[in-house]
Design a protein around this ligand. Structure first.
Ligand code: PLP
Length: 302
């Protein structure tokens, strides 16, 4: 199991031992999933795309009329302190920022005057899983879930209503897979439980369209622009399970796991069953982008 090395989290302005961190039993996040989060990767203590992640966090919070009580400078300072406290200056970390409603013990279902509630801000930092490098090199197995496995009616927002994604990941794990591919009511492919999906079909990089039904992630955006820069034709369009079986290559993309080749789906090889050339080029281009972006993300490791 992954644990914070020193196990310190940020909670409402305090740095506390992870095992001792507590939020109110009346917090709307706990009671109703009333909150938002984002997850990003820190490279040697420096965040890639922090500004973009915070902008999305604020946008998604605004959709729930949820105030975000820290500005970008305060977030950056708190993250930097968390890196030091967790001794993650030299390694890669998975940072999760969670903002939830807060709560009022006298009003367990607040519907009015929401701004009187003090939101909870939690930041946790863990080392990225050690297995990630092997998954990136060798590829992973995925499975396609049944129609109706979308992350719900607010799938375009990163809310705390994580149960559909959690159930999807459990199903994938039970089927011996690292990722589950979610499918809409109408049978279309949507996204991974915790990633966006890309296929290479006839030399074209394609990703499911439907911004209302999936989270169009920051890494998806990065991959599409890297592919355009490499001269790889790209399209977003409706994709169906049959496209997966016809694809030459497949991969998932997310901030923490970056680009992971999908080499088997439902027990069948994708293409020749090995990570494909377009996937490899995009993996390398993404790594290149990370190294170029890091100097702007803060000072090098002390
Ligand atoms: C459902 C879902 N889709 C897509 C993504 C990828 O988003 P991003 O690239 O912004 O990390 C994630 C990341 O956690 C996710 O949970």
């Amino acid at each position: 199991m992954q644990v914070c090395r020193n196990g310190i989290v940020y909670l409402n302005g305090e740095y506390v031992a992870a095992a001792a961190a507590r939020v109110s039993a009346f917090d709307g996040g706990f009671m109703y999933g009333d909150g938002v989060y984002t997850t990003l990767r820190l490279y040697r203590g420096r965040a890639l795309d922090l500004a973009a992640h915070l902008e999305r966090l604020r946008r998604h919070a605004a959709a729930l009329s949820l105030p975000v009580p820290l500005d970008d400078v305060a977030f950056a300072a708190a993250i930097d302190r968390l890196v030091t406290l967790n001794d993650l200056r030299q390694g890669d970390g998975r940072l999760r920022i969670t903002i939830s409603r807060g709560g009022d013990p006298d009003d367990p279902l607040p519907l009015h005057d929401l701004l009187r509630l003090v939101p909870t801000v939690l930041m946790t930092l863990h080392p990225v899983p050690v297995e990630l490098a092997a998954w990136a090199a060798e590829g992973i197995a995925a499975c396609v879930l049944a129609p109706g496995s979308a992350r719900g009616g607010l799938a375009h927002l990163k809310t705390l209503n994580g149960l559909p994604a959690v159930l999807a990941q459990r199903e994938a794990a039970a089927r011996g897979c690292r990722e589950a591919i979610l499918v809409g009511d109408d049978g279309r492919l949507l996204e991974g439980a915790i990633s966006n999906l890309f296929l290479v079909i006839g030399g074209v990089l394609v990703t499911p369209t439907g911004e209302d039904y999936l989270l169009a992630g920051r890494t998806r955006e990065r991959i599409l622009s890297l592919a355009a820069g490499l001269g790889v034709p790209c399209a977003d369009r409706r994709l169906d399970p049959s496209d997966l079986h016809a694809a030459d290559e497949a991969f998932t993309a997310s901030s923490v796991r970056e680009v992971l080749p999908v080499t088997r789906v439902d027990g069948r090889p994708v293409g020749d069953g090995a990570p494909g050339p377009v996937t490899r080029r995009l993996q390398a281009a993404y790594r290149d982008l990370v190294e170029k972006a890091l100097p702007a993300a803060g000072p090098p490791a002390a």
